[in-house]
Write a protein that binds this ligand. Structure first.
Ligand SMILES: C[S@@+](CC[C@H](N)C(=O)[O-])C[C@H]1O[C@@H](n2cnc3c(N)ncnc32)[C@H](O)[C@@H]1O
Length: 399
């Protein structure tokens, strides 16, 4: 087990004090006073990825000293089983071509490292894979290089060799920059939940209006406050179905465009994709939340200093994919996916190889964190995109 603590499941709320005056507060305030209240999507984008003061742009935010921990950071079993999944999906395509593995938002590079460790053990596969990493954060890209590349590699270049054999690794800013012609395997683990969402709420007449971020007055504990747009706007009329039965709806157009880009890539070049995130099937309402030091905090607190996240609406992603010639499987829960991929067998092997009682205990704890319905087992979902005509593989079986 790599660390302790779990992202998103320690629901203890921190007592709220007056928000700290972060470097982003003044620029957000000036922008709102000049051009009017911001959408939640604009607020989220600034807070997470502002080039100078965005949350992801400055520091390592993972682990016990950070704000949250993710499945690959909990146990090597997670990435190893994803490696096995990639190998079996690739074989099922019956392709002898090169496979470009493209990971979005790779964080510390831990998942990619575990996947490569598995794939480079297969003769016939290790010679034909390359890794493309897409991350907006220069700080994260630096950490990924340290995890994945040998010490002698020149940290300033965007093209390096993996420590696991001769696998080429390239860093890109977006999918559009990835100039590849061949099968691709797209992985996005806890990436879509960081993409900006628009929030909508029914007013007293039952009509959806967009939730906006305005400047708060001096009596508020925060510098900003949520307000409801006085009239419907282009977003609330285009992005929400007026017949939706919920009172609150969250939509991420960027996540929709992201899956469409992937589908068009799969249509052109072949391949498959696995998107794994906290998510739902169009039933959840108000999931936008903030995290700091493993605790739930108000989303308006300390802009740029806290993690902001919203559950992924997989039904919306499916809707966005309907014009494309692809099939989707899922969402299925993490516990089902990992059990279908053989986590119990892998756990047994690692337990047998463990040298100390503490190692055995750590393995059992990490297995429980990944698979227990009370922890990440149920709330974390896996969603797969395949070329048209592909049938469901064992990994996607629900029982
Ligand atoms: C929650 S972390 C997930 C890290 C990793 N996948 C894991 O599970 O450990 C989100 C990652 O996405 C990156 N990221 C956030 N927004 C992004 C964007 N708009 N474009 C590209 N990368 C982004 C962050 O820098 C970070 O590496």
């Amino acid at each position: 087990m790599r660390s302790i603590g779990v992202r998103q499941f320690l629901f203890s709320r921190r007592a709220y004090g007056k928000s700290v005056q972060t470097p982003l507060v003044e620029s957000l305030r000036r922008r709102i006073l000049t051009t009017g209240p911001l959408t939640v999507a604009d607020y989220m984008r600034e807070c997470l990825t502002n080039p100078h003061h965005g949350y992801y742009m400055k520091k390592d935010v993972f682990g016990t000293k950070g704000d949250f921990i993710t499945s690959p950071e909990i146990s090597q079993m997670f990435g190893e089983l994803l490696g096995v999944w990639i190998a079996s999906e690739w074989q099922s395509l019956g392709s002898n071509n090169h496979l470009h593995i493209i990971e979005f938002g790779p964080g510390r590079g831990t998942l990619a490292s575990d996947i490569l460790r598995v794939l480079t053990q297969f003769d016939g596969i290790k010679e034909r894979i390359s890794l493309h990493l897409i991350d907006v954060s220069p700080k994260m890209r630096e950490i990924q290089r340290k995890t994945l590349c040998s010490a002698t590699a020149d940290g300033s270049t965007s093209h390096q060799k993996s420590v696991y054999g001769n696998v080429d690794i390239t860093w890109h800013h977006s999918l559009a920059d990835v100039d590849i012609h061949g099968n691709c395997c797209v992985i996005a683990h806890e990436f879509l939940d960081a993409l900006p969402i628009h929030k909508f709420q029914r007013n007293e007449k039952g009509v959806f209006h967009e939730v906006l971020i305005d400047v708060a007055d001096s009596s508020s504990p925060h510098h900003f406050r949520e307000v409801l747009a006085p009239t419907p706007n282009a977003n609330s009329t285009k992005l929400v179905n007026p017949k939706d039965e919920r009172d609150h709806v969250e939509v991420s157009p960027l996540a929709g465009m992201f899956v469409q880009d992937i589908a068009s890539h799969i249509n052109k070049h072949g391949g498959f994709a696995l998107l794994a995130d906290y998510g739902h099937n169009g039933e959840k309402e108000d999931t936008f939340r903030g995290f700091q030091s493993h605790k739930l905090v108000n989303t308006l607190e300390q802009p740029g200093e806290i993690d902001l996240t919203a559950d992924v609406d997989f039904s919306f992603l499916r809707h966005c994919l309907s014009p494309f010639k692809v099939v989707t499987h899922g969402p299925i829960s993490q516990q089902v996916f990992l059990h279908n991929m053989g986590i119990s067998i892998r756990l047994k092997t690692l337990l047998n190889a463990a040298k100390t009682e503490q190692q055995r205990l750590d393995l059992l704890t990490s297995y429980k964190m990944l698979c227990s319905p009370d922890e990440m087992g149920d709330r974390f979902k896996f969603f797969m995109i395949h070329p048209h005509g592909h049938s469901s593989l064992p990994a996607a079986a629900t029982s």
